[in-house]
Design a protein around this ligand. Structure first.
Ligand SMILES: [Mg+2]
Length: 263
């Protein structure tokens, strides 16, 4: 499909954040007006991130601060997808959650039974308050046979400084200590988060466009889920990496701002 056709058929735009709409808190170009143009064209905007260290409320506050938030927008994180997945498929199970306190509380708010001992399931989120005791416990529980779910697979987290370790690095550590890999990974590029957002919004895959700057997460995620895909070259990817990548987006734009020419 051409970019015009993609924008015409899409009701929902899933927007990756870092490298796609901003860097840390610096908007990319005139993003505020671009987002407004998409809303005016009747598109639902979903801020869609693998980062499971923050709650949707924390993201909403950040987006409000930089003028990106309007009534009707939605934040969707891999932690929310994981909580909804647990509620849908494992409603009565006891779950040990490695996450920040705020994210842990958000799991409880979803109705997940969060426990410290004897869990049926372990969830590994991006816990920026990780301790040895938490690692000891999750390692013990997964060795003893608990179902092991990771929120997302990213090895490092984009940052102004040296990129710090993300969940993919924690997965590698637990692979060495326990011999086990996650039974389920929810976030991009896997399909669980895609199925969750379709269920939540009641929209078909061919009415959704994934916009992002990473080929092996954002674009692969869109392709794996049957969504439309737009790669933006404002972040991690370049013409060069695109040429050498097995992941092929349907459309490529210098940044999301250029989409306004096709609405
Ligand atoms: Mg990104």
């Amino acid at each position: 499909m051409t970019i015009q056709e993609i924008t015409a058929v899409s009701k929902v735009f899933l927007l990756d954040m870092d490298g796609t709409i901003y860097f840390d808190e610096t908007p990319i170009g005139d993003m505020k007006n671009t987002l407004q143009a998409l809303r005016k064209a009747g598109k639902k905007l979903v801020y869609f991130t693998n980062n499971s260290s923050k709650t949707p409320d924390e993201y909403e506050r950040k987006l409000k601060k930089i003028g990106f938030w309007e009534e009707g927008d939605l934040v969707y994180t891999s932690a929310m997808a994981t909580a909804e997945y647990l509620r849908e498929f494992y409603p009565d199970k006891r779950v040990y959650v490695v996450a920040t306190d705020a994210v842990k509380e958000s799991f409880q708010a979803y109705g997940v039974t969060v426990v410290e001992e004897n869990p049926d399931i372990c969830v590994l989120a991006y816990d920026t308050t990780l301790t040895f005791e938490k690692l000891r416990k999750i390692n013990k529980y997964i060795v003893e046979g608990a179902l092991y779910i990771a929120t997302h697979p990213d090895d490092v987290c984009p940052s102004k400084d040296v990129f710090p370790p993300d969940v993919g690095s924690f997965i590698a550590l637990l692979k060495v200590s326990s011999g086990k890999a996650p039974d389920v990974i929810c976030g991009k590029p896997y399909t669980t988060m895609g199925e969750c957002i379709q269920r939540k919004l009641g929209v078909k895959g061919n009415q959704i466009t994934m916009v992002g700057d990473r080929l092996h997460t954002d674009i692969r995620f869109g392709v794996n889920n049957g969504f439309h895909t737009v790669l933006v070259l404002s972040g991690e990817s370049t013409e060069e990496t695109l040429k050498n990548s097995p992941d092929t987006p349907e459309a490529v734009l210098p940044s999301l701002n250029e989409i306004t020419e096709y609405l």
